[in-house]
Design a protein around this ligand. Structure first.
Ligand code: IMP
Ligand code: MG
Length: 179
């Protein structure tokens, strides 16, 4: 495993992103929506740096392998607060192809919020399939599979306090422990 973003760099990047959010939104009350599970650590660190009156809600987005080319995405929205008329900030861990954030965003829009902003810790270069302009991005990263700081591989590694690139042989090790 190779560290891509150290603890100190994460802290600086999140401080800088929260300063941008504070500057752009000022004292407007905000409802932050944590996209579970990957953004849980980012949200905890981010909201403690936000200065406006703030409510916190969550929804869960998970994808499973269907019989089609792309994974099937399911949203579990029962933890969502009422966002009607509210200014909403959706926070996710990573923008890869963009399908997840796009689907979450479309769902939130159906609930008639006043405004919807989006923020991600990471944006992976070169994999984008959706034309969605993310409002706040902490780090641009190369097209590598990364784990840590909330991001998982088969539900492992979320607890790493840094972001690391998972190397080919490590991916195989977890996928097939008998190999
Ligand atoms: P999307 O392709 O933008 O829809 O990203 C879908 C989801 O895939 C993200 O929310 C992550 O949970 C996961 N994902 C994408 N790239 C990575 C990665 O490099 N490491 C861990 N999870 C990832
Ligand atoms: Mg994931």
């Amino acid at each position: 495993m190779k560290t891509l973003i150290s603890q100190a760099e994460l802290e600086a990047g999140i401080t800088s992103m929260s300063a941008d959010i504070n500057k752009q939104l000022g004292s407007t009350p905000l409802t932050v929506i944590c996209v579970l599970t990957g953004s849980i650590i980012l949200v905890a660190d981010l909201i403690r740096r936000l200065e406006m009156p703030l409510r916190l809600g969550a929804l869960s987005a998970s994808s499973y392998q269907g019989n089609t080319v792309r994974d099937i995405l399911t949203l579990d929205t029962h933890l969502l607060p009422n966002v009607k008329g509210q200014h909403v900030l959706i926070v996710d861990d990573i923008f890869d192809t963009g399908h997840t954030l796009n689907e979450v965003s479309k769902h939130i829009q159906t609930l008639h919020p006043a405004t919807v902003y989006t923020a991600v810790l990471l944006r992976k270069n070169g994999r984008r399939e959706i034309e969605l302009d993310v409002d706040f991005v902490a780090f641009e990263i190369p097209d590598e599979f990364v784990v840590g700081y909330g991001l998982d591989y088969q539900d492992l590694y979320r607890n790493l306090p840094y972001v690391a690139i998972l190397e080919e042989h490590e991916i195989k090790q977890v996928a097939d422990p008998s190999a």
